[in-house]
Design a protein around this ligand. Structure first.
Ligand code: FAD
Length: 507
């Protein structure tokens, strides 16, 4: 026997007696009816009787339209008959009336039965009562509507993140944040600034992504900084993929709630700014005294060195004069030491978390009167968010203020036309890079290293400048493990670039 003969014989054995088909249809749980080509019912199964309330005797010979409540839109019937006339199956929902007058929603599928001549001889109709299912659907949809309305009306922004960090649900306030902050996913930007490795830990250790009322500062080019308070919580989410149907393992999502606390912060900022102005002015005064005294001591060293050489020359020829000179030198050294002792030291600051955007913004605010007076335009391009570093805020403010002051001074020359200050902060891998660029005359390359030497000044001998600004700036940068470099700015002026590592390690 050939292979095809084997297949044919086993198919023959599988042929079921017609009675089995009849019983299977009769006992099926779905309301089944068979009609002629004009929808007159020829057969209805037991489930049909259960659903409609009509017995076989009552329904056979009647038209399917007797089930209609006559409120289903006629358009729907038109579509149904258009499909059926083209011998296409049709399915949809209709409002039916049972024998007892009760209404029910029927989910109906109709398939045309085509005879050997290609004509539609019958229709097979199958329907089920989905009234309860529809009610539940409506309850769910109403609840969804209600939740969405509440969520949308809330004055805070929400975003629900799946384990891969995808935003799967958000509200109107969140959408507004997307536009206002001009970032693709504000939740990501904010989490980046609070939990550096949140993307890695969210799928496996979501609890570690929980934060409560943590504030993040968001800066926009040229605009006002916004302060957002972030609270996150982990919530169980049921997976919607088919392979999650039988598995009870739920996924964890992260709900990010973002509240705008800018106006509150602004008030605090205003109070802080005026206090800061006073502190910086005081520190500048002290620094001026410190620098003046240091410069005086530095300059006095020179004649004393000359005296030292004179003593060693005189030692053999005129020991008496040498001894007198020696006494004078020792007395001078003592006075210098006393002078050194009274040099006011800068206050010892404790280390705290510092946001460099905040520091730069402070410096710009404090420097505004000088910038305006010198006619300097400012281009402030902060990184949208910056991770905090551990540092001494007053020292850092003094550092950037010194760089901004230098820039203003460089451009504030009589007749100098281009007066532009560009201040940028950027996150470059594990470093924060701050650039202070001016459009002044710049520093010649061979002076760039010398500029960091104490008492080096290229600003002439007015006596006002004693050249400790950059050396002090370098000291502050070094204290914070960073580096500072001078270069040429795109406009040919000076570019002061300061870099710090986020982890605080020295560069
Ligand atoms: P019409 O739709 O104008 O109907 C008038 C008559 O003409 C009816 O007898 C209709 O069956 C018939 N008819 C209309 N257009 C055609 C056509 N192109 N070809 C052949 N006959 C046509 N309706 C329900 O409301 N509830 C049901 O549960 C239901 N089940 C159905 C099950 C099957 C298998 C079929 C084939 C139809 C079913 N219908 C059902 C549709 C029903 O036949 C009617 O079309 C519908 O109820 C509207 O009836 P009507 O009296 O308002 O007007």
């Amino acid at each position: 026997m050939s292979a095809s003969q084997v297949v044919k014989s086993s198919l023959a054995e599988l042929q079921l007696p017609p009675e089995v088909y009849r019983q299977a249809v009769n006992q099926a749980d779905l309301a089944i009816s068979i009609t002629d080509a004009r929808a007159n019912i020829l057969y209805a199964n037991e489930a049909f009787t259960r659903v409609t309330g009509y017995s076989q005797e009552e329904i056979v010979g009647k038209n399917e339209s007797m089930l209609s409540n006559h409120t289903t839109p006629s358009e729907l019937y038109k579509n149904m008959w258009t499909a059926l006339s083209a011998q296409h199956p049709w399915s949809g929902r209709l409002l039916n009336r049972r024998k007892n007058g009760e209404l029910y929603l029927a989910e109906l599928s109709i398939s045309p039965v085509v005879d050997a001549k290609g004509q539609t001889s019958h229709f097979l109709g199958m329907h089920r009562d989905i009234t309860e299912l529809h009610r539940l659907e409506r309850v769910v949809s109403n609840q969804k509507h209600l939740i969405e309305s509440v969520v949308d009306a809330a004055p805070v922004a929400f975003a629900l993140l799946d384990p891969n960090g995808r935003v799967v649900l958000d509200n109107q306030e969140y959408k507004k944040l997307v536009t206002d902050l001009r970032v693709k996913e504000p939740a990501h930007t904010l989490l980046d600034s609070l939990i550096v490795d949140w993307r890695e830990i969210l799928p496996t250790r979501p609890q570690r992504c929980i934060v409560s009322n943590r504030e993040a500062r968001v800066d926009r080019p040229g605009g006002r900084a916004r302060w957002l308070s972030i609270t996150t919580s982990v919530i169980d989410m049921c997976g919607d993929r088919a392979d999650n149907y039988f598995s009870s393992t739920n996924q964890s999502g992260l709900l990010v709630v973002i509240a705008d606390v800018t106006s509150l912060r602004d008030e605090q900022e205003r109070a802080r700014a005026s206090a800061l102005q006073a502190v910086l002015a005081e520190e500048e005064r002290t620094a001026a005294i410190r620098e003046g005294l240091s410069a005086a001591i530095f300059r006095l060293e020179e004649p004393m060195n000359v005296m030292m050489s004179a003593i060693s020359v005189l030692q053999r020829r005129d020991p008496a004069s040498a001894s007198v000179l020696q006494q004078a030198l020792s007395a001078s050294r003592e006075h210098m030491e006393t002078l050194r002792q009274v040099i006011p030291q800068s206050p010892q600051e404790i280390l705290v978390s510092v946001n460099l955007n905040e520091i730069l913004r402070d410096v710009l605010e404090v420097s505004t009167p000088r910038l305006l007076a010198a006619g300097v335009t400012v281009d402030w391009q902060p990184a949208t968010t910056l991770p905090v570093i551990i540092g001494r805020p007053l020292q850092l403010r003094m550092l950037f203020k010194a760089l901004v002051d230098n820039a203003i001074e460089a451009m504030n020359i009589k007749g100098w036309k281009r007066r532009e200050l560009s201040l940028t902060s950027a996150l470059d891998d594990d470093r924060i890079v701050i650039s202070v660029l001016d459009s002044g005359p710049g520093i010649p390359p061979d002076w760039r290293h010398k500029a960091f030497e104490p008492f080096f000044t290229a600003k002439g001998g007015s006596g006002k400048h004693i050249g400790t600004g950059l050396s002090r700036a370098q000291q502050v940068v070094a204290d914070h493990g960073g580096i500072i470099d001078l270069d040429e700015s795109p406009s040919g002026g000076c570019a002061a670039i300061v870099e710090f590592r986020i982890d605080g390690d020295p560069i």
